[in-house]
Design a protein. Structure first.
Length: 408
């Protein structure tokens, strides 16, 4: 059931992510920019609130005390969920085990999502990770399933999510909650929306929105994502990052600080994870970030379980926060860019990757199926799934992974 505040957001003609300044003086920083509704439009107000955007230079990446400088003008209606320890009542595991469904919000119908979350519960998962804005065909410039464009970059340079798409996200979160599951929400995929991202080069929709989250609009983007869905009981955590092989830069670390401050300015206290790139692209670059609650390294699709274990252990040593296995090999992945020796990993490989993560003492595990993360689009999967019967894509591999983390 959607909260009153969520209904108000969904009623807006366009969910406009309001402008916030970056690098402003102290007086300007005390005035947050809020959305106000009129009879026909959504406009931007500069009415002062108790929160304000923080400049990238004013935020320390090493001091946790930074979070105390942002106070709340709107508070969550629910107590915060500690995603590092929360496990679904139906899950038999000692740590949270999530599935990967990056393009779920954009490509699934609520009915399909309900079947998906029911299957997750049946197989012992605690939820899934999914992105509000992903790469093609789930970008801001694409149409969501059965609807229109997900949104746009407006004339002022701010992200405007279509209210019908926001409602779709809420409906899918409703399905998760109804099945006792939760979702780790990726606000936007780093390797497309932050500067320097290289995802889907040459794709028209991706090129339209490439690099569209920046120091000017990042605080507002984070704040308004949290205002829209942060108090939904189906949300367990925020997940930053995403395939940042080409843009794992210091400038983009500053942008994520702004997104984090925008989220926290609403009073939202969900844990924030960072889904890092693989080890060859500086996997531990976010160590010491003040907002980081969970490190979720991508060990990737082109190496052995032994190599993955060593990298997870290195991340545990570097970060000093709970480490999750954020992306190991996907079951039956079959893309051309994967070396032949690592294509089509099966049940044994899934089990071995889980055992490696267990040996590295991870505190959460995110499973991946080559078909489900793309919501059963053709290509890249030796055994394609069907959106009409998503439960049929679950089987021995999922059981093997859950068994590794099963409560003794």
């Amino acid at each position: 059931m959607m909260t009153t505040r969520l209904r108000a957001v969904a009623a807006t003609a366009l969910f406009v992510v309001a402008a916030s300044a970056c690098g402003v003086d102290e007086a300007d920083a005390s005035a947050g920019r809020t959305l106000v509704e009129s009879s026909s439009t959504t406009s931007i107000s500069t009415t002062p609130t108790t929160v304000g955007p923080m400049s990238a230079t004013s935020m320390s990446s090493t001091s946790s005390s930074t979070t105390s400088t942002t106070t709340s003008s709107t508070t969550s209606t629910l107590p915060p969920v500690d995603a590092t320890t929360w496990i679904a009542d139906s899950a038999p595991t000692v740590i949270p085990v999530y599935d990967t469904a990056w393009q779920l919000f954009a490509l699934a119908t609520p009915e399909e999502a309900n079947g998906y979350f029911a299957a997750l519960a049946d197989y012992g998962f605690s939820g899934a990770w999914a992105a509000v804005l992903h790469h093609e065909p789930a970008t801001l410039a694409d149409n969501f399933a059965g609807g229109g464009r997900m949104g746009e970059v407006n004339s002022d340079g701010y992200i405007a999510l279509d209210e019908e798409y926001i409602q779709r996200v809420v409906d899918i979160l409703d399905a998760a909650h109804a099945n006792g599951m939760k979702v780790g929400v990726v606000p936007a995929w780093q390797n497309l929306y932050l500067p320097g991202g290289a995802s889907d080069a040459g794709n028209a929709a991706s090129d339209e929105v490439r690099g569209s989250i920046n120091e000017t609009n990042a605080w507002a983007f984070g704040r308004q994502i949290a205002e829209a869905i942060g108090s939904h009981p189906g949300v367990s955590m925020w997940v930053f990052g995403g395939d940042a092989s080409s843009n794992n830069t210091e400038d983009n670390k500053a942008i994520w600080r702004l997104v984090a401050n925008g989220i926290k300015s609403t009073g939202n206290e969900h844990r924030i994870a960072y889904h890092s790139p693989t080890a060859v692209h500086d996997q531990n670059n976010y160590a010491g970030e003040w907002w980081l609650d969970v490190a979720a390294p991508q060990t990737g699709h082109t190496q052995t379980s032994d190599a993955a274990q060593l990298q997870l252990e290195a991340s545990r040593g570097a970060y000093g926060v709970p480490v999750w296995s954020g992306e190991s090999r996907y079951f039956n992945i079959d893309f051309d860019w994967i070396p032949a020796a690592f294509r089509n990993p099966g049940v044994n490989e899934m089990r071995n990757d889980a055992l490696a993560a267990e040996a590295a003492a991870v505190e959460g595990f995110v499973y991946g199926d080559a078909g489900r993360w793309r919501w059963c689009r053709p290509g890249g999967d030796l055994t394609p799934c069907s959106r009409d019967d998503i439960g049929a894509s679950f089987g021995a591999a999922e059981r093997a992974v859950v068994d590794v983390f099963r409560t003794p």
